[in-house]
Ligand binder design. Structure first.
Ligand code: HEC
Length: 292
């Protein structure tokens, strides 16, 4: 049983199974677990050492046992082992692939030149080499057809598609992310696209109480310099997202609008400053002076 798979296959296979299991079971985010947690690298090293040690111990035990056998038993054991070795699945396969000749038959493949007594055998190329070579030929043909004849995308094209994809992904993220701006980081938006988005939000949610021109109704007049809760972008953002004072009738819009949208609508209503609405509500609150 032991010789069915040679140890130089057994050790790496067992090692990589353990390695794969660790990577599968430990959640280490983007990076592989053994890089994220160096202790795992140590553990893997230990596993490898133990696997090699087991192989060495088994080998040594066999040797000890062999030395204790009498000559006849020794021979029987060795020939049995040889037989098992020869009947391994990989041994004949390897022989077939390399077309190895036993030393006695080397005369058949010797080349007829002689460099100061150094002769050369016409051995078959090593299988790994020859199959890698064939694969490189297949790859070259596929590559040539795809990129030179069928005009596949160049590296530059690929770069540009990736860039465009990343840009849309960022836009997508900005649209859904809720915590991108807050009371502390919000800035007055001046882009036409932001202001028109703000206008849409205002007309959808706010005109019922503040009127389309900001003149006020249930809610206060947004065109004058008088504010209950502060008239710069930060305070307006805060009022809109957290709502007005208790019981005054203005809800906290952060339940409904994303923070980006609140920044847009706040920037939009600040444009009402100094305009003259059709039916202005009387000024309420205090005159707002910007301390900055
Ligand atoms: C149901 C009616 C109602 C709706 C809808 C409404 N508001 Fe108000 N709003 C009020 C009331 C009432 C107040 C006064 C709150 C207070 O006195 O604390 C107010 C206050 C405000 C203030 C503060 C004014 C100040 O003097 O400090 C801002 C800014 C404001 N609203 C913006 C908005 C925006 C933007 C929307 C839409 C997203 C909106 N409101 C929707 C009723 C409303």
């Amino acid at each position: 049983m032991k010789n069915l798979i040679p140890s130089f296959v057994r050790v790496p296979v067992v090692f990589f199974i353990i390695f794969g299991l660790i990577e599968y079971l430990i959640d280490s985010g983007e990076k592989p677990a053994f890089i994220e947690y160096p202790i795992i690298m140590l553990f893997l090293l230990l596993v490898l050492l133990i696997l090699i040690a087991i192989e060495a111990i088994v080998g040594a035990l066999e040797n000890v046992m062999l030395n204790n056998l009498d000559a006849g038993a020794k021979e029987r054991f060795l020939s049995e082992k040889e037989e098992r070795y020869e009947s391994n699945w990989w041994k004949p396969l390897y022989k077939k692939l390399t077309r190895n000749k036993p030393i006695e038959e080397e005369g058949e493949i010797i080349l007829d030149h002689n460099y100061d007594g150094i002769k050369e055998l016409d051995n078959a190329l090593p299988p790994w080499w020859i199959y890698a070579f064939y694969m490189s030929i297949i790859f070259a043909v596929v590559y040539l057809v795809r990129f030179e004849i069928l005009d596949g995308p160049s590296q530059l094209d690929e770069y540009e598609t990736e860039l465009a994809e990343a840009k849309t992904a960022v836009e997508e993220y900005k649209k859904t992310a809720t915590g991108l701006v807050d009371f502390n980081t919000v800035e007055l938006l001046t882009d036409a696209s932001d202001l028109s988005a703000g206008k849409t939000i205002f007309e959808l949610n706010c005109v019922a109480c503040h009127m389309a021109d900001g003149g006020g109704g249930i809610g206060p007049n947004l065109t004058d310099k008088y504010w209950f809760l502060g008239g710069d972008i930060k305070n307006v953002f805060k009022t809109v997202s957290e709502g007005g004072r208790d019981g005054k009738g203005m809800i906290a819009w952060k339940q409904i609008l994303k923070s980006v949208e609140i920044a847009q609508v706040s920037s939009y209503i600040l444009q009402f400053q100094g305009t003259t609405p059709a039916n202005p509500k009387v000024a309420e609150g205090d005159i707002w002076v910007d301390e900055n």
